[in-house]
Write a protein that binds this ligand. Structure first.
Ligand SMILES: O=c1ccn([C@@H]2O[C@H](COP(=O)(O)OP(=O)(O)O[C@H]3O[C@H](CS(=O)(=O)O)[C@@H](O)[C@H](O)[C@H]3O)[C@@H](O)[C@H]2O)c(=O)[nH]1
Length: 484
């Protein structure tokens, strides 16, 4: 069967999570507010066909906690408690763009729990990628509507939902005008390096979606929320692996007797990582030119799945990717260990990166919001807590697996990427600690719980998705189709 990855299907019909929107009137959702916009600047991938539906703006409020009940009601724009340490009389409003994804969902719940008024903006395209490529999260995940309803039922807290594409400026404008955020946390990007290296159309999609989406956020802030603070998810991968220490965003250089502090050199190694480099340049420029206030969080590789909030109920569960396209190193290794698959160390395994627990992702974003950049300031924080090589991760998982009675083996896989496999790596990461980050370092107990979690859901693992299938060298202009 040929998969739908190159067929111009509407993602908003494909996903069961959004079916109610496509037919909301007929399902009695006549209290959903709709803003019908005209044009779409949708992506160059075949998501364009979604635009006629996706560029409608949906503002929904969960009204009922009953599982399976689909009613939504429009409620006044209030909610949440006073965010701690803030002096204004109303809760601070945070727009979480990409709030249905791995980091975004955990962050949206965390901020809501902390008393911020939260709105999620998402086009649900991450769920569409799974449908197209035949992938699935290890953990079953509820629709975004059911997630938000469950959160309301458990905590009484409301999260607003705007479903649409930030590449559609009219949609984004309406969301900004309606919600009036004090901060915009931007996770709404295609975040997989392998996905961006599948073929030309995925490379173009990734850079269009990420760069234009961020540009639109910057324009929306200038037009409608001048005071809004942008907290943008960048990546440690922007720096590459230079043979000198990596600083936090900037490097002071003396050249021919003159000294300046300049952006740290960028040497990204995938079209995805490069999209974040382009974003950083655009953001830095608009801070200078328009006085935008922005924090670029250069995040390392995230691991883990549970946060205090997502652990409250199975309908709040976060996704956990283990496949060769979206799965990241440590999460993949834990799932591989659970199902008895050899750990897939690419090449020599000396590739060293900064890593952090997802519980620290949410903490870091909260710290950035609570301590905003000044108008015109472009700040860069390196967001990770510890460095590991891939070989070190494999050893840690092997040892943790042995304690649980798992016989874990490691296999060197020909590296599908073009990257240094043995290199110097020493990246600074002190700015978030100075703001108060208390890290959850990778411990035996965390590895135990992640491994146990993987064992719990191991029957859901499709072992055919484990080996890497995307080659940096072999990618080309020819569209890559997926078949089963
Ligand atoms: O089975 C695997 C998977 C990965 N690797 C290696 O592990 C390293 C990290 O790869 P990854 O897939 O865990 O992470 P990466 O592709 O770099 O991207 C992830 O981590 C980035 C942070 S960083 O790596 O750039 O610091 C984020 O920006 C991305 O959104 C997120 O998907 C790479 O050297 C890769 O070759 C293996 O050896 N075996």
């Amino acid at each position: 069967m040929r998969m739908a990855n190159l067929v111009a299907n509407c993602g908003f019909c494909l996903s069961p999570a959004v079916k109610t929107h496509c037919s909301s009137q007929s399902h009695g959702h006549n209290n959903v507010i709709r803003f019908q916009n005209s044009k779409s600047s949708a992506s160059s991938l075949n998501l364009r066909s979604c635009s006629k539906r996706s560029n409608k703006l949906f503002v929904t409020r969960a009204s009922s906690a009953v599982q399976g009940q689909t009613n939504v009601t429009q409620t006044p724009l209030t909610g949440g408690q006073q965010a701690s340490g803030q002096s204004s009389s109303r809760p601070k409003k945070v727009m979480v763009i990409g709030g249905d994804g791995y980091c975004g969902w955990a962050t949206a719940l965390h901020l809501s729990n902390k008393g911020y008024e939260v709105a999620i903006v998402d086009n649900l395209v991450r769920r569409l990628f799974d449908h197209q490529l035949g992938l699935d999260s290890l953990t079953p995940i509820a629709s975004i509507q059911n997630r938000i309803r469950r959160w309301k039922a458990l905590t009484g807290k409301t999260i607003q939902l705007f479903i649409g594409d930030i590449c559609d400026f009219e949609f984004l404008s309406e969301a900004f005008k309606s919600f009036e955020p004090d901060s915009a946390v931007h996770f709404g990007e295609q975040r997989s390096a392998p996905y961006s290296m599948i073929d030309r159309s995925r490379a173009v999609y990734t850079q269009h979606n990420n760069v234009i989406g961020t540009l639109n956020v910057l324009f929306a802030m200038k037009e409608y929320s001048e005071e809004c603070h942008l907290v943008k998810l960048g990546t440690m991968g922007e720096y590459g692996t230079p043979n000198i220490d990596i600083e936090e965003g900037f490097l002071t250089i003396t050249h021919n007797g003159r000294t300046d502090t300049l952006p740290y050199p960028k040497q990204a190694s995938s079209f995805y990582h490069l999209s974040k480099v382009h974003d950083s340049h655009n953001i830095a420029f608009t801070c200078k030119a328009w006085g935008i206030r922005a924090t670029d969080l250069n995040q390392g590789v995230v691991y883990g799945v549970r946060t205090d909030e997502t652990a409250m109920h199975e309908e709040l569960s976060n996704r956990l990717d283990y496949d060769g396209v979206f799965g990241t190193a440590l999460n993949r290794f834990c799932v591989q260990a659970a199902v008895g698959h050899p750990l897939t160390v690419y090449g020599k395994g000396g590739q060293t990166r900064g890593y952090l627990d997802i519980r620290d992702t949410v903490q870091c974003v909260e710290l950035a919001i609570a301590n905003p950049a000044k108008p015109g300031e472009f700040r860069v924080f390196n967001q990770f807590t510890e460095q590991f090589s891939v070989n070190e991760l494999a050893s840690l998982v092997t040892a943790a697996g042995a304690k649980l009675g798992l016989e874990v083996q490691t296999k060197s896989v020909p590296n599908p990427r073009v990257e240094a496999e043995e290199h110097y790596y020493n990246a600074k990461h002190s700015k978030l600690s100075e703001l108060g980050l208390v890290p959850h370092l990778l411990s035996d107990s965390l590895l135990d719980s992640l491994l146990n979690f993987a064992v719990q859901y191991k029957d859901r693992v499709d072992t055919a998705q484990i080996m890497p299938s995307v080659s940096w060298k072999k990618m080309g202009a020819k569209p890559k189709t997926v078949s089963v």
